[in-house]
Design a protein around this ligand. Sequence first.
Ligand SMILES: [Zn+2]
Length: 245
Amino acid sequence: MQLDVLGISVHPDDVELFASGVLMMEKLKGKRTGVVDLTRGELGTRGTPELRAVESAHAASILDLDVRENLGMADGFFKNDEAHQRLLIRAIRKYRPEVVLANALEDRHPDHGRAGKLIAESCFLSGLRKVETVDADGRPQEHWRPKYVFHYIQDRYYTPSFVYDISPVIERKIEAIKAYSSQFFSTEYGADEPQTYISTPEFLNSIVGRLQMYGKMIGVAYAEGFITEKMIGVSSLDAFVQKDT
Ligand SMILES: [Zn+2]
C-alpha cells in the first residue's frame, strides 16, 4: 500500500508525542497514513516490550493509521550504518510516502538524533537506483525518494521551520499518548514501578504547553513544530494559516 504521510520513530510513542496531530489532520483530509517504529522500546524503564506492543496497537487505532510496522532494531544500540539503512530503505520503498515525519536531528536522548540522521540518510539513499533492495518475497524494489523529510521537535527546544495547526484533533492526540499507560502518568498503572523523566504529570503538561506555545505563534490553540533542511515550496497562498497575532 502506498502512503501519503509516514511517521518514523525510533521508540513507539515518539510519533504520538510529537507528530500524531499532523497524521490525524492529514487522515481527515483523506490521506493514507502510517507509522514505522524502528525499535520496540525494549530499554524503557517501565513496562515490557510486549505491553508496549499492545499500547502501540491501541494508539494506532486511535490515530486511525492505515499501517503500523515495527522493524525490530535494537533500542539504544542500533547504528546509522549500511545494514540499518538497508532495512529502513526497504520500508520506505514498500510504503512510498510523499512526506516522512522523522525523529529530531539532535535531542536529549541520543537515540533520537541518531535515528533522525538514519531516517534522513535512508530517505535520500532510497532514491538512488543503484541501491538495490528486495521486498519480503524477494522481488526487486523500485527506487523511491520522499519529497520531504520533516523532523519533529522532541525534548529539546528548537525554533521550528513551520508549525501545523492541530487544534481540531488535540483530544485524540492526548488519548493516543495516554494509550502508553506504562510510560506516561496514569492513575491506573505503575504505582510499584520506578518513576522516570517521562512518567510524571509534569512531563505531559510540558508536552501540551509546547503545543500551545507553537499554536500561539500562529494564533491557534495547539500546533506541532517541525524542522526541514530543505526549502518548503507552496503553490497557493491558501496554504498559510495565520490568525491575527
Ligand atoms: Zn523516544
